[in-house]
Design a protein around this ligand. Structure first.
Ligand SMILES: *[C@@H]1O[C@H](CO)[C@@H](O)[C@H](O)[C@H]1NC(C)=O
Ligand SMILES: *[C@@H]1O[C@H](CO)[C@@H](O)[C@H](O)[C@H]1NC(C)=O
Ligand SMILES: *[C@@H]1O[C@H](CO)[C@@H](O)[C@H](O)[C@H]1NC(C)=O
Ligand SMILES: *[C@@H]1O[C@H](CO)[C@@H](O)[C@H](O)[C@H]1NC(C)=O
Length: 414
């Protein structure tokens, strides 16, 4: 592509000089070239597309605020071949299939330090993917990211970002993957996020404080990870509405209270359900016997009590049932088998005759406190599915489930 015009050389040099005075120089704001000429700075740098010329100063400005780059990636961020910069990927944007633009950025593991992403990602209008796991980006997320109309995956996990939830993401209709775990976000989460057509929502390991909203069950996500925050309140009964989509649910280590709604039993596709380390109480609803695909079920470290339902121990895909540190009092023969196989952990409960239980005094003190769950006899014995008690259990195999890798800081490979 011949973009350089001999007859505009003097205008060009003046323009470059003016531009070089300011790091923030926007090419479009520089003096206009003669009408018959192509834009000047792009001309001398020979960008393959106007869209790349426009983002060039944005990238250079960002490069200048990076204070640490131990892997030296920014050394490649020079010259007009932006598509070859380490971490940047070009593609044809949906609104012009003959144009070339920055479609994707993958900074995963680059360990870059910068005080802000403001003025960077929000100024790359064609960005579809931004992955920045394990960097040291701080500051808050600009509401201007709402203008990224093609943004599909936003992974800001394991950074030093703070401030409130980046609410402007709820105005990005194309967004499908939102991973902001392992940051310092605080405050509430807008309930609208559970109406958004996401596949993945990873909010774990922040400081979010919110009573789980009633529309939680409207979420169409497959993977919901709210672990290690300060979410409060009961698990909404509406969770049952997500029955055909939810695959993994991680609510562990929050401040959830109340009893388990029997509607959790509607989650027929759930393979992982983890509410360990909360303030939940009540018995396990028999409806849990309908979690036909569940492999890992963690209710440890709560205030659950009663008998462990045999229908739960009969679940054929169950590879790990963690009920330790509760106040269960009874297990039947199927559950006993799981204890022997090492699938069911009931340490530190109140089950008479089993090893490593709480003291009689501890159990007595707990049962002296009056307790109740809403409509216990109505809801706790409901089994909203067909149960085949006589089915021979499958060989139980432990798989690594995806969301548990979200509990480590590294990027999650879907
Ligand atoms: C981009 O990099 C590739 C390989 O690293 C090289 O073959 C190609 O010539 C480069 N393109 C430009 C425009 O520099
Ligand atoms: C599409 O992009 C090409 C390459 O940048 C450009 O020449 C063309 O004018 C653009 N078309 C429209 C309709 O904007
Ligand atoms: C949920 O399970 C049904 C069958 O029980 C299946 O048709 C559907 O594809 C599953 N959904 C997901 C998201 O896996
Ligand atoms: C079972 O799950 C619990 C809770 O997530 C975990 O602590 C434990 O290590 C798991 N056990 C096995 C054998 O995987």
């Amino acid at each position: 592509m011949v973009l350089f015009h001999q007859n505009s050389i003097s205008t060009l040099l003046i323009t470059l000089f003016i531009c070089s005075l300011s790091i923030d120089c926007k090419i479009l704001e520089c003096p206009s070239p003669p009408p018959d000429s192509t834009p000047l700075v792009p001309a001398i740098l020979n960008f393959i597309d106007q869209r790349l010329a426009l983002v060039f100063p944005i990238i250079q400005t960002f490069k200048n605020i990076i204070t640490s780059d131990p892997l030296g990636v920014t050394a490649t961020w020079v010259g007009p071949n932006i598509c070859n910069y380490t971490g940047f990927y070009c593609d044809n944007p949906p609104d012009n299939l003959t144009a070339t633009t920055i479609a994707s950025i993958d900074f995963n593991g680059f360990q870059l330090t910068a005080p802000s992403l403001d003025g960077f990602i929000d100024q790359l209008p064609d960005l579809a993917l931004f992955h920045a796991n394990s960097n040291k980006f701080s500051g808050t997320i600009s509401p201007k990211i709402a203008s990224l109309k093609f943004l599909y995956e936003l992974d800001l996990s394991n950074n030093l970002l703070s401030g409130v939830f980046p609410t402007s993401v709820i105005n990005i209709p194309s967004l499908s993957f939102l991973d902001i775990r392992y940051n310092f976000f605080t405050g509430t989460v807008p309930p609208q996020i559970f109406m958004q057509t996401l596949d993945v929502l990873f909010l774990n390991n922040n400081n979010f404080m919110l009573t789980l909203p009633n529309n939680l069950g409207n979420t169409p996500v497959f993977y919901l990870t709210l672990a290690n925050n300060k979410f409060t309140g009961p698990i909404p009964r509406t969770i049952g509405q997500a029955s055909s989509t939810l695959i993994e649910v991680l609510l562990l280590n929050n401040l959830l209270t109340g009893c388990l709604p029997y509607q959790i039993g509607f989650l027929k596709n759930v393979t992982l359900f983890d509410v360990g380390g909360n303030l939940l109480t009540g018995p396990i609803p028999w409806s849990f016997g309908c979690l036909k695909k569940v492999e890992q079920l963690n209710l440890a470290r709560n205030f659950f009590y009663g008998q462990v339902p045999e229908v739960v121990c009969a679940l054929e895909n169950l590879a790990n049932l963690s009920l330790s540190y509760n106040y269960f009092t009874k297990v039947g023969p199927l559950c006993m088998k799981l204890i022997q196989k090492g699938v069911l952990d009931v340490r530190k409960n109140c089950i008479f005759g089993l090893p490593d239980q709480r003291s009689g005094r501890e159990c007595m003190a707990f049962f002296l406190i009056p307790k109740s769950c809403p409509h216990p006899s109505l809801s706790f014995n409901i089994i909203p599915c067909q149960i085949h008690h006589w089915m021979k259990p499958k060989e139980r195999t432990k798989r690594n489930l995806l969301s548990y890798s979200a509990l480590s800081r590294n990027r999650v490979v879907l």
